[in-house]
Design a protein around this ligand. Structure first.
Ligand code: ZID
Length: 237
């Protein structure tokens, strides 16, 4: 069977959860990366059976999440982490949540993966029109929503099982939104720009070219339709 790492699962409402279920139904082993501030409540809810109804697969069995890794995809390694974040109670409560450390932990635990899913985005100023967005807010959106994919791919690539020449096996995917190419009022804060970067890095085949060359890994992004996830509710959708 295949092993998948899905970054961006913190409840049972979002795309990450739904993708995890589809992959589990197809027989994949599921590892997830959960944003550090959401880790406690996610693990508690999981343990207490709060998601059991949502865990039911088409064959009646329950999806198993083999392991939940704390992750903050805006930090590549410990040197990137500012002191105030290190000292923050929720962050201090767990460890090894930078992208590099998570990849190292997954490697140590399982050796390799076949599928990498990026289902995360964050734009602190998403409710502000672009013209009212600060530099800090814009860069934060790009960091969490676009570069996070470059970083995840970079660090997980060495763990991804390569394909054979005409049979690509390793695969990675992210989720984007049409606001990258059309005006969607309300999708501000640089989020439209962040999705444009994510798509360009994928579509212009920069990542596909580099990842394909290096390790025969496919790189794709899906422009998602509306889903009432936690992230979508936060922008009043
Ligand atoms: P979600 O809240 O389930 O997933 C986002 C996850 O990212 C959460 O679990 C967060 O904890 C996590 N996260 C945030 N910051 C970090 C970080 N620094 N490190 C690690 N994890 C972090 O929401 P979701 O399922 O909507 O989002 C998953 C992906 O789908 C994101 O890339 C979205 O941009 C994308 N997407 C969603 C929708 C939608 O409707 N939900 C749409 C397009 C793309 C869409 O059609 N307005 C109307 C329609 C749409 C979007 C906006």
């Amino acid at each position: 069977g295949k092993r998948a790492f899905i970054a961006g699962v913190a409840d049972d409402n979002g795309y990450g959860w739904a993708i995890a279920k589809s992959l589990a139904a197809a027989g994949a082993e599921i590892l997830v990366g959960t944003w550090v501030p959401a880790l406690n409540i996610f693990e508690t809810s999981l343990r207490r059976g709060k998601f059991d109804e949502s865990r039911v697969l088409p064959d009646g069995s329950l999806m198993e999440i083999t392991k939940v890794y704390p992750l903050d995809a805006v930090f590549d390694n410990l040197e990137d982490v500012p002191e105030d974040v290190k000292a923050n109670k929720r962050y201090a409560g767990s460890s090894k949540w930078t992208v590099q450390e998570v990849a190292e932990s997954v490697k140590q635990d399982y050796g390799s993966i076949d599928i990498l899913v990026h289902s995360l985005a964050n734009g602190p100023e998403v409710t502000k029109p672009l013209l009212e967005t600060s530099r800090k807010g814009y860069l934060a959106a790009i960091s969490a929503s676009s570069y996070s994919y470059v970083s995840l791919l970079k660090h997980f690539l060495p763990l991804m099982n390569p394909g054979r020449p005409s049979f690509f096996c390793g695969s990675s995917i992210s989720l984007t939104y049409i606001a990258s190419e059309r005006i969607i009022p309300g999708y501000g804060g640089g989020m439209s720009s962040a999705k444009a970067a994510l798509e360009s890095d994928t579509r212009a085949s920069v990542l596909a070219f580099e990842a394909g060359r290096k390790n025969r890994i496919r790189v794709n992004t899906i422009s998602a339709g509306p889903l009432r996830s936690r992230a979508a509710k936060a922008i009043g959708f």
